[in-house]
Design a protein around this ligand. Structure first.
Ligand SMILES: Cc1cc2nc3c(=O)[nH]c(=O)nc-3n(C[C@H](O)[C@H](O)[C@H](O)COP(=O)(O)O)c2cc1C
Length: 290
């Protein structure tokens, strides 16, 4: 077994902190902006997983959570979900982009932050969110990229954002997720803070909502009728139930079956570093056998 510590990134990375605006009439949930602090480096597995995702036309993953039966015994639950890539970066289809331009200030957030956290969307009435709450937010996501003969498992904790009422759980979720956000360097928006001030959680969630076609932006109230189209990206009924779930990865495993005679498996584990050492948490890589 070989254990190697991933080297600290040469790029100065910054963790982000939320500033809550306290003036004006805009709801607090829409006024939260980001300013730089100190940050996690890009995970060593991220580029390879990204390249596998990019080579896969439409990628679903299997999401496992922990439920409890009537005797309070833990029981596994798994289901298929559509992976929406790494939060908050999402390539919108043209119709969704048009809706964003028409209904959201400046079209969308400036592309100033990235993360190693995978995202998917869901509805609050489904069971996985309450299972996350009752199980310490434990989650595992699995991809099987058959054409690439690669399996990826991402284990960690997941947080859901998008509650328009901005209650305590929403604030906790945002605060956890922002720990994994880092400023993107070298793009048009730069890291001089100009883009960060315009970034908002509301726009981030709205973009995921816009990614659904109007007929899939489900109005929750059955009295409104099934199959209703929701063109309004801030439709209060549809948005009350819509959530973006973001996975904070803690352990990632890659299984490479390209050579059936010689399968290879690697595991990366996030190792906590003391607060204030300026390095951020580090990924330790282990090659597993068998
Ligand atoms: C191809 C496919 C994609 C799906 N995508 C999602 C998704 O992105 N989000 C989601 O909540 N459910 C999705 N579902 C439905 C889930 O598999 C599951 O039935 C639903 O989320 C309810 O699960 P739960 O009550 O255990 O939370 C998808 C199902 C399939 C077959």
């Amino acid at each position: 077994m070989v254990i190697s510590q991933s080297p600290p990134s040469r790029i100065a990375l910054q963790r982000l902190h939320i500033i809550q605006a306290t003036t004006g009439t805009t709801p607090r949930s829409q006024m939260a902006t980001l300013v730089p602090g100190a940050a996690p480096s890009r995970a060593p597995w991220r580029d390879l997983l990204t390249s596998h995702l990019n080579k896969t036309p439409s990628y679903d993953f299997t999401i496992a959570t922990v439920a409890h039966d009537a005797q309070n015994r833990p029981v596994p639950r798994v289901r298929t979900c559509g992976c929406r890539g790494f939060f908050p970066e999402l390539e919108l289809h043209p119709n969704g982009q048009e809706d964003m331009w028409q209904q959201v200030d400046e079209g969308e957030n400036p592309a100033v932050v990235e993360s190693d956290m995978l995202a998917f969307t869901t509805d609050v009435r489904m069971e996985k969110l309450s299972q996350l709450e009752s199980s310490g937010r434990a989650i595992e996501a699995v991809f099987w990229f058959k054409d690439l003969m690669a399996q990826w498992r991402v284990k960690g904790r997941a947080f859901a954002i998008g509650d328009p009422r901005g209650e305590q759980a929403e604030r906790v979720a945002r605060s956890e997720i922002q720990k994994g956000l880092r400023v993107k360097h070298g793009d048009d928006h730069g890291d001089d803070g100009s883009g960060l001030g315009k970034w908002s959680w509301d726009k981030a969630v709205t973009k995921y909502f816009a990614n659904h076609s109007p007929v899939m932006r489900v109005p929750s109230d059955s009295a409104l009728g099934l199959g209703q189209k929701v063109k309004d990206l801030h439709d209060p009924v549809a948005r009350a139930n819509f959530r973006v779930v973001v996975i904070q990865p803690e352990e990632v495993e890659r299984l490479d079956l390209t050579d059936y005679e010689n399968p290879r498996r690697w595991k990366w584990t996030l190792v906590s570093q003391p607060v204030g050492d300026g390095q951020g948490d580090q990924w330790a890589e282990t090659e597993l056998w068998p």
